[in-house]
Design a protein around this ligand. Structure first.
Ligand SMILES: [Zn+2]
Length: 468
């Protein structure tokens, strides 16, 4: 009997994890961290609903923490099978998991120092050693290649756009002479996105598990290049520095790529770009080493590329970072974190925000309560490192860089599905978004849909059998 259990990202966007079971095999798809409010985060500490030692394999769709962040803990709990992913996902997972271990250790140290914990002492969810142990289990497989990962379970990856290395999982389960095909969308990127390729359209399958992050929204059409060029010209016209807080993996590289295009298309003269984040430096190298995974070959741009040329400077050490404080514009500084919740960007804000010639350019979602949100909402003074900082710099929001398709794009992703699946499960979305997309798919395509709850388990009868 084939069974699918929704262990995360059900009626919520984080904690992606699905367990697929047959009489002979058990395979997990994704093993993500729950993020957001405390009740969700507590789930990261819960004992698993299955015996990790009896799981044959884990397949990862991509390297965002809400898809891989519980991997080191799973390994600590006894999982010893192979962890399958694309080559780029393997490379990015290493830097992201090590960074996450480091941040968790810092948080635990802080709680212990301030005696803010009921647990004595507070512990990180996982440490460096657990990450290193997990990495020994990683096995890579290219897009389109077929692999048997457990008895009767084969799969291949399909390009999902979204992020370097991101993939959908096309799985076939053979049991008692009958086969069942299940397609897990992973996170589906946008069509015509900056840098990432268009997602490969969904294929016919018996069951689909489909993300619904923006299932109740449509992204307005915006020309990202034009917006960015306007901000650059205005800032440089004042002799200012453009400060860009960006998530080190994905967003930072998109920004470099956009600026590269603006210069190589002759729209602006070259200008210095400083990447001040050790993780962004590592991630940028990984992006450059996977030319096959981008919309435009970064190698094709060659020596003139901002990615390699003299205009982009990479800063790793604290001393290099501090040396930027006295730099005059025109110049761009890209630094993390993207929501200004910590990291080197805070030092740059303290130095640059009090001066009207500079600009702070927000490039992603800013959660409530973050410094980024306060600045976007027009705060004229902010607190950084226990000091008041006047905000005289221009603050702007660059729209159009979302990593997820909207409702229309998800229907486009499903457009090549010609034979009605037995069920499409909508996951990885807040309840409203998941229900909205389920409704649209049912109305516009006539397919049977279902929004599963956390922990729900369904039997998947093969084609030809009657529905449960
Ligand atoms: Zn993602």
């Amino acid at each position: 009997m084939t069974r699918l259990t929704f262990l995360g990202a059900a009626r919520t966007v984080t904690g992606s994890q699905y367990l697929v079971e047959t009489d002979a095999s058990r395979v997990l798809v994704d093993c993500g961290m729950f993020q957001g409010d405390k009740a969700l985060r507590q789930r990261n500490w819960a004992e698993p609903e299955y015996d990790p030692a009896r799981v044959d394999a884990l397949i990862l769709t991509h390297t965002h923490l809400d898809h891989i962040g519980r991997v080191p803990r799973l390994v600590k709990q006894g999982f010893r099978g192979p962890i399958w992913c694309t080559p780029a996902t393997r490379d990015l997972a290493e830097i992201l998991l090590l960074d996450a271990a480091h941040l968790q250790q810092e948080d635990a140290d802080y709680l212990n120092r301030k005696k803010l914990t009921k647990h004595e002492p507070a512990l990180p969810l996982f440490d460096d050693a657990a990450v290193q142990e997990s990495l020994t289990l990683f096995r890579t497989i290219s897009l389109g290649e077929n692999r048997e990962v457990a008895r009767g379970v084969t799969f291949s990856f399909r390009d999902a756009g979204h992020l370097l290395g991101a993939a959908s999982v096309d799985m076939t389960l053979e049991e008692h002479g009958r086969s069942t095909r299940v397609l897990f969308s992973g996170d589906v990127g946008r069509f015509g996105a900056v840098l990432t390729k268009d997602p490969e359209l969904a294929t016919n399958a018996d069951y689909l598990v489909v993300e619904s992050t923006y299932g109740n929204r449509s992204h307005p059409p915006v020309a990202v290049h034009d917006q960015l060029q306007g901000v650059l010209e205005r800032t440089f016209g004042r002799g200012g520095v453009l400060l860009i807080p960006a998530f080190a993996v994905g967003r930072a590289q998109q920004m470099i790529f956009l600026m590269d295009r603006i210069v190589t298309e002759g729209r602006m003269r070259p200008f210095p770009v400083h990447i001040d984040s050790p993780m962004a430096v590592d991630a940028t190298r990984i992006y450059a080493s996977h030319p096959e995974a981008h919309r435009v070959s970064l190698n094709g741009i060659g020596g003139r590329s901002l990615l390699y040329g003299k205009w982009v400077r990479l800063h790793r050490t604290r001393a290099e970072s501090e040396a930027l404080n006295t730099m005059k514009g025109p110049a761009v500084i890209i630094s993390s974190s993207g929501m200004l919740s910590g990291g080197r960007i805070l030092h740059h804000c303290r130095v640059r925000l009090p001066h009207p010639e500079n600009t702070l350019l927000i490039t992603g979602y800013q959660a409530a309560g973050t410094l980024g949100r306060a600045l976007l909402d027009g705060a004229r003074t902010v607190r950084i490192h226990k000091g008041e900082v006047a905000v005289l710099a221009e603050v702007r929001d660059l729209k159009g860089l979302s990593g997820h398709g909207d409702a229309g794009e998800m229907l486009r992703w499903l457009s090549a599905v010609s034979s009605p699946p037995r069920t499409i499960f909508l996951t990885h979305g807040e309840e409203d978004a998941a229900e909205a997309l389920a409704g649209r798919i049912a109305r516009e395509r006539g397919f049977r849909t279902h929004v599963p709850s956390l922990g729900e388990s369904v039997v998947l009868p093969p084609r030809g059998a009657s529905n449960p």
